[in-house]
Design a protein around this ligand. Sequence first.
Ligand code: S3P
Length: 187
Amino acid sequence: MSNVLNDSSVNDSSVNGNIIFIGFMGSGKTTLGRKIAKHFGRLFLDTDLLIESRENMEILDIFKQHGEKYFRNLEREISELIQNSIRNSIIAVGGGFPTAVSSLQKLGFVIYLDIDFDFMISEVKKHPAELEKRPLLENLDEAKKIYDFRKKIYKSQADKIFTINHNNYETVVDEVINFLKNIKEFE
Ligand code: S3P
């Protein structure tokens, strides 16, 4: 099968060996990223967690006390840190990160987890704590507008897209692993 897996551009894009997971809140970037990192014996980083430890504050409180603009500036700072210092790692970035940082491919090979909105909401609702810690999911009509707006940004930033729905939710991790196995550095 001739496909992007054997395309040399895959290697070119991941010059620093990082894999960056992007996608809307609740698309599984962190869960999936952790599994992928464990599978390949790589370091896993999550930009939300890096920001929380840098600020010694939870995301929700950062939004409440300082506002979204402040948070986006932190995301840009973290982006520079990744670009300058992080290599060969699996990195999940917050859902709005690709709107704050315009050239994600400088950070690594970008994988977009494209999850269906209604399916995502039904999954997140199963874990109320997950819903509560995401200020931008408080109003679902607004969240849908953000989702629709961001979709094209995610697509334009992605090197590879995996579509997630109820049919492959359990198996997408295997799909990603198989994809990455075909990237030279991950053999
Ligand atoms: C946000 C997504 C969150 C977190 C913050 C803002 C967004 O990360 O960065 O609540 O703007 O979509 P997750 O995508 O990991 O939920």
